[in-house]
Structure formats: C-alpha cells, structure tokens
Ligand binder design. Sequence first.
Ligand code: SF4
Length: 365
Amino acid sequence: MKNLLESGQTEAFRNALLAWYEAHRRDMPWRRTRDPYSVWISEIMLEQTRVDQARPYYERFMNRFPTVGDLGEAPLEDVLKVWEGMGYYARARNLHRAARQVVALHGGQIPEDPAQISALPGIGPYTAAAILSIAFGKDCPVVDGNVIRVLSRLFHLTDDPAAAATKKVTAGLAERLLLKGRAGDFNQAMMELGATVCAPRQPECGACPVSSLCLARQVLPDPSVLPRKQPRKQRPHHHVAAGIVRKGDEMLIVRRPLEGLLGGLWEFPGGISEEEAAREEFLVSEMSRVLGIDIRVDRAFAVVRHAFTHFEITLHGYHCTYLGGKAVPDTFNDCRWVSFDALEEFAFSRAHRRLIEALAAEVSL
Ligand code: SF4
C-alpha cells in the first residue's frame, strides 16, 4: 500500500489539513499574534504543560513581563514566582537568561537567524523551528510529540520513535510535507491535529480531515498502537522529610541553589530520609549540619506525594521548634526567617506549596 507521498497526494493532504485547521483551530491567546516574544513564551510553556493549564500562566506572564526587555530586567525570583506551580523550572530560568542575552547581544530583538536563536538558553531544535516558522515565516518543519504521532500513523511507522534512524525518517517526512511559504500555519495545523483529533488514545479517525490518506487507518484495527510505546520504567521513590522550624511567629525557609532540580525555588529545609523511624533524628542532625541550627522536632503534620519526571517523592512535613544557632545557608542559595503570611511572596515547588496549604488548614481549624 502506497503512502500519501508515493501516491502523489501531498497537495491533497496539505489542502485538507489547512482547511480543517482554519475551521477548527482552538482560539488561544498566543495564536492572536505573531510577535516572536509571545510565540517564544507560549512554545516554552507548551513544551511540558497542557494548553488548558498553560493559558492562565501565559496571560499572567505576559501581563507581568510584556516585553523581552521587561523579562530580562526582572529579578529571577519574580520570574520563578509567576512560573510557580507549572513545574520544570529550568524553563523559567532559561527564559530569564535568554531574555538577558537577547537584550545584551541582539538589541532586544529576538533573532531570526537560526544559528543565533538556537544559541539562546533553552531553545532546542523544536522551539527554534516553531518560532522561526510561526513568527518569522521561515520554512522550518516542527517535529514535536504531536507531529511524531501524526506522522507515525499517516505513514505507518512501526519502529521505535526514539531511535535515531526513526527520528531521521520522521524529520525527513515533516520536511517533505511542509507547505513552503505557509510553514507557520502548516506546523500549527499538524500540532493541532495531533493534540485534538489524532490523540494518543482513541484517535477520532472519523473526524480526521486526512483519514483517507492515513496508512494506519487503513491497515490497523486500532491506529493508537502507533507510535510504538516505550516500556514504562518504574520510577524510583524517595521519602523526604521537611521541617517547619518556628522561631516565635517566624519560620525558616531556604532557597535551593540556582542550578539543578527546582533551582532557585524556596522550600522548608530537610532532605531524603527513607526510614520512618529515623526521620525525626535525621531532621535534627540535618538542620545542624547544613544550617548550623539546633531544633526540636515536635510532631508530623502532613504527608504529600509528588511525581517528578524521573522519580517520585513522599514529602513528610514536621513541626519543629528552633532552639539556637545562627542559620547560615551553606549549600543553599539563601535562607530567611519569615512570617506565615510572607510565604506567599516566595516561589515554592508544588510539593512544598502543598505543605503550606496543610499549614493554613491547621491554622483555620
Ligand atoms: S486517520 Fe486517525 S490515525 Fe490517521 S491521522 Fe487521522 S486521526 Fe490519526
């Protein structure tokens, strides 16, 4: 059975896809503009965040940092605060660094040269192609997860999608299908098809504008078996203890180092402590070791589970009382004594924010 390229139906495919996109595309704030900065922010957010979740973040972000110059001038702390809750905080840190570079090296204009834009922190091949095609009209094909799924099904690609050889095939197909001169619309139409109709599970083939050109639809009882799934690896799990150390009306918070997991975010001090029986003792010795303070652990008050990409944690929150010593950040970026109300001003990870919610629930009881 011939695929759509072999049977000379490329034009028919493009026309059907674009007509469908014009009629069915979802209205999103970032689709109302071709401003490179707006496209850039939205693409970074959408890398690891669903559209419905990203939308309010995008609006808040653009209100707070309307231009690349505003973003570059802002303290990282402010950027992380606006990003708080969306996860994958390296995206926010890279955006901030990249904005400063755009101002310093490119006069505040996002470069449309592929080499220059790709050199900015956090801009990989996908994001570069998305900005170049959508904002600058360059003929660059975009290959993201949605596009890979659509192509795997259209062309009945059964090999491992993560293998280098398959990636090359997928990139080549995206290149050949691309409608030159309308690359931005074409790329967005492919991504929209994958995000809405050609969904990972239960694709709506009956509503698909290109179903007559889709090989998987013709040869498989269930096209959703493509792209070939990777066997799910069991994620490691860790128990983490965190102390809410109180000194009068204030509690101690620490800021993680700027680089690495959750870099630059604030949290309650503590660390990995797998053994339940040893957890309180661990907190006492950890506060002394990394912060130089003496504490007493009073009681456990909350348990929060949280999944990261490669591991999961159970976060155990303990009420603690400060006994003595001057807190010194040491391996942390910073540490502060703050009131409960002031916690709202700092950017916390989602797991620690849930500890704060548990604290608030206790106060209101
Ligand atoms: S026919 Fe079905 S499997 Fe094929 S592209 Fe359309 S939605 Fe996806």
